[in-house]
Design a binder for this molecule. Structure first.
Ligand code: SF4
Length: 192
């Protein structure tokens, strides 16, 4: 992995973002290692909360680690300075901090402990042709069926509109009482 990152750095890619999901009892002991990486390299390390997508993640609520907990652990060793304002569209919903005295940044994305549904503008087209409005809701609109019978543009636009209207105001996950709702399809099926 590091060879690939080094090659990207050498080729001048910027910013180089490293997304990581810390899982309690599995790799959460690496939080500081990732923070050190952001200190010593001009990378943006982003911590993303594990989401109850697929049977595996949803069946292990004890594995959940909030970004607040990760933030607190890192702040015992590094000073993080919040960067306000959107500098880059690709920052997405991440809250970004500069690592004081270091070269890189750390981002936190908290789709479970908080939510950013009101600004979510994503639709996902699955590999089997379904349009999905929300990662955490299994309702899908079947575009493949319509396209396979050569539907017109108006019908297609109507189906896309239908999918957009399915976007929830907010998800109903609650990481405090562990009533995490399942999404049955794997992230690789949904499209990330
Ligand atoms: S609408 Fe769904 S996919 Fe978008 S941020 Fe909310 S939970 Fe995530």
């Amino acid at each position: 992995m590091f060879n690939g990152i080094a090659a990207a750095e050498k080729a001048g890619f910027a910013p180089i973002k490293i997304n990581t999901v810390l899982i309690k009892g599995f790799n959460d002991n690496e939080a500081l290692d990732f923070a050190r990486l952001a200190f010593s390299k001009p990378f943006q390390v982003r911590f993303i909360e594990i989401m109850p997508v697929s049977e595996v993640n949803a069946s292990q609520p004890e594995a959940f680690l909030s970004t607040n907990e990760i933030f607190d652990r890192i702040c015992k060793h590094f000073k993080l300075e919040p960067l306000t304002g959107k500098r880059n569209k690709s920052d997405g919903p991440a809250k970004i901090y500069r690592v004081n005295g270091g070269l890189g940044e750390i981002g936190f994305i908290n789709p479970v402990s908080d939510h950013f549904c009101s600004t979510c503008n994503r639709l996902r087209l699955t590999a089997d042709g379904k349009l999905r409005a929300c990662l955490l809701n299994d309702v899908e609109i079947d575009l493949r069926e319509a396209l396979s019978r050569h539907c017109g543009d108006d019908e297609l636009a109507g189906l896309i509109r239908e999918a957009i209207l399915l976007k929830p105001q907010r998800h109903d996950l609650d990481c405090t009482d562990r009533h995490l709702k399942k999404c049955h399809r794997d992230m690789s099926d949904i499209g990330g």
